[in-house]
Design a protein around this ligand. Structure first.
Ligand code: NAD
Ligand code: UDP
Length: 317
């Protein structure tokens, strides 16, 4: 075994973020096991890693127990786009809650360190802006987004109970909107939707009046902070906000994508989905101080890379 090499499990490893994380871990010469049920992820996302002896893939649904031997676990399995997580809401909650129980049970048995990919959705439609980790959120427990929001909140609860009760080494990162290459072109998230629409000169579908805000983080910045979080001392559990604090309205995002793609698309306003948060921006003071991390990629730079990726995919259809 190579000095410092770890055996690392990535659940949801064939998805957007998971595939970038697997790539980074393989590059760092760790032994990587990617577990996925391919609900929203694809083999294509990780096909370039398959020939590497340090990389393995297992088809498995994390709502069922898993028996493997690893040193670290990144728990990313869960559909992240509202369209996908609302497609089968019961399965979404099961993935978050049963999935967390299975992953934590595994971590307890093999004494592994475990990272939870939590979300800014735990803050719901926030009454405090920007959102610090100390804010408990404003979440509808019975709405269309609740399967995801409450599932992720319950997963956090389980992580902290395993920490207190079983002394597990846990790390919880609350991810804010992240984008980049390998987002699914049809997953309905705003960046992928707008880029695909712009490249095809179709109308850009802005929901609501487009004055709602989001803060967009480029995937490379996010993967860097995942690794830093996992490498923190055992007394650091989080939760820690991870995202880019630069805030944009959805109208501004649409204009930027139209300009960067030199598209002829026009904007088409459609109804705002249920419980769509009106504003979102992370307070990343804790991440800056503890992890010495600050996202480097501007929205314009990240969008240029992402547009290139989608241009390649669309022409390959
Ligand atoms: P994604 O949908 O591309 O990836 C999720 C992966 O999990 C997919 O490969 C999917 O097939 C797999 N999966 C789903 N249910 C599973 C199950 N029951 N068993 C095994 N595998 C399963 O989404 P993503 O953007 O890569 O998100 C990854 C994680 O990060 C998710 O947990 C998501 O909640 C979290 N997150 C992402 C964002 C973001 O902006 N991308 C923001 C907040 C949180
Ligand atoms: N949105 C939009 N048009 C789209 C897709 C999304 O205007 O085609 C809006 C959506 O209503 C939300 C924001 O963009 O206000 C971000 O949506 P996304 O689904 O990417 O993520 P969310 O932060 O809502 O989970």
């Amino acid at each position: 075994m190579i000095f410092n090499q770890k055996r690392v499990l990535v659940t949801g490893g064939a998805g957007f973020l998971g595939s970038h994380l697997c790539e980074r871990l393989v590059k760092d010469r760790h032994d990587v096991l990617c577990v996925d049920n391919f609900f929203t992820g694809t083999k294509k996302n990780i096909s370039h890693l398959l020939s590497n002896p340090g990389f393995e893939i297992m088809r498995h649904d994390i709502t069922f127990p898993l028996y493997v031997e690893v040193d670290e676990i990144y728990n990313l399995a869960c559909p992240a786009s509202p369209v996908h997580y609302q497609f089968d809401p019961v399965q979404t909650t099961k993935t978050s809650v049963h999935g967390a129980i299975n992953v934590l049970g595994l971590a307890k048995r093999i004494k592994a360190k475990v990272f939870q990919a939590s979300t800014s959705e735990v803050y719901g439609n926030p009454a405090i802006h920007p959102q610090p980790e100390t804010y408990w959120g404003n979440v509808n427990p019975i709405g269309h987004r609740s399967c995801y929001d409450e599932g992720k909140r319950c997963a956090e609860t389980l992580f902290f109970d395993y920490y207190r009760q079983h002394k597990l080494r846990i790390k919880v990162g609350r991810i804010f909107n992240t984008y980049g290459p390998r987002m699914h072109p049809n997953d309905g998230r705003v960046v992928s939707n707008f880029i695909v629409q712009a490249l095809q000169n179709n109308p850009i579908t802005v929901y609501g009046d487009g004055n709602q805000t989001r803060s967009f983080c480029y995937v490379d910045d996010l993967i860097e902070v995942f690794i830093r979080i996992m490498d923190t001392p055992d007394d650091f559990t989080g939760p820690v906000n991870i995202g880019n604090p630069e805030e944009f309205t959805i109208n501004e995002l649409a204009e930027m994508i139209i300009n960067l793609t030199k598209s002829n698309s026009t904007i088409k306003y459609e109804p705002l989905p249920f419980d769509d948060p009106l504003q979102r921006k992370p307070d990343i003071t804790l991440a800056k101080k503890t992890l010495h991390w600050n996202p480097k990629t501007t929205l314009q730079e990240g969008l240029i890379n992402t547009i290139e990726y989608f241009r390649g995919r669309i022409s390959g259809y």
